[in-house]
Design a protein around this ligand. Sequence first.
Ligand code: GTR
Length: 412
Amino acid sequence: MKPFFYSLIACLLGQIATAADPPAIDPPNYDEAAIPEYTLPDSLTFEDGTPVTSAEQWPKRRAEILNLFSEHIYGFVPEGVSNQIFPTVRKEIDFLDGTATLKEVRIHFAKADGPFMDLMIVAPKGVEKGSPTFLGYNFGGNHITHPSTEISLPESWMRPSRTPGAVVDDKATEVGRGSTTRWPLQKFIDNQMALATIYYGDVDPDFDDGFENGAHSLFGKPEKPTEWGSIATWAWALSRALDYLETEPLCDAEKVAVFGHSRLGKTSLWAGATDERFAMVISNNSGCGGAALNRRRIGERVARINTSFPHWFNDKFNAYNENENALPVDQHQLMALMAPRPLHIGSASEDLWADPKGEYLAGAHATPVYELLGKQGMGKDIRYHLRAGKHGVTDFDWDQYINTFKTEVLAD
Ligand code: GTR
């Protein structure tokens, strides 16, 4: 009886384990030869099958594509979400040996005492009209960009840091000041450009929290599987930051390049797609759910990302786990939503998880839409660079983005 008893228990435990297990995920593939055949959806064919033949028809087709991305991947902003902001300037001082101004603005969402994000602006001095501006989220708080004690520490939940002591009890500490080289402030100033940055966790702390904190605490849980996940929420708040920049004398709101790295690169792309006021869009190593084509099924894939980060996309995106060919869109069409504005996609040679080749191809396959709009696409309005090295943001990457900003936005 004993062995039977044990096997019964083992069987029951097995069933419990099976019920709780995440869905089976194929191991990652890094072999180009093992990529299944695929056909990319055509950006220049309407959903009813008729071709898009003129630039005048593009806004209608663009709306279809945007709607498909909202419905199947990133999620719609729920009805009733208020776009109202309540900004308060908290600091404005000289910075970087008097070459720059440091300004801190607290922006409350929806009501004066609602949840808030702290926007930090570092802008060159002596620019009359307001400077062209990079707007982007940081991963660890505004204070990680520079050692100065003038920069306020974030107050919201802070994700763990690689710098020992920089985060204690989920809060940022003094130790984290200047702990990253990802934001070359003096380089921006020397190029007469401003940086506007926000800690992304102010808007929505990056864990699966059931929509209870950050901006979500105002609006509650999504009622439909097509409503927003965290990426769409972060993107929505970038638009609210741009609303503020439209009133900010230090910045030229008509010349704002939205930037993001990795998950925040997915976010900058979605912000650029949903808000055409952004003059230029930058994706740095954004990978799966960003610039990389889903159908290549190489490196990180849809099932993996939805399992590791269930809160990033809408619930409907789960329908495409190990089922990428069923997606009505692919990421080249997200790139096409930037047209005719300049788009810069940056990859890193060792960042195979993000599929550098897939990131390039998404840009290349957006070219027909740029051409329809009288632009050239890949090589001109769509820029791509492959930097040597790992996943990250380097000065070399910034040199490329600054150059594209100058030649494609500021030279006009
Ligand atoms: C990884 C994730 C990527 C990327 C990255 C990041 O773990 O798989 O999609 O977003 O995180 O944002 O750092």
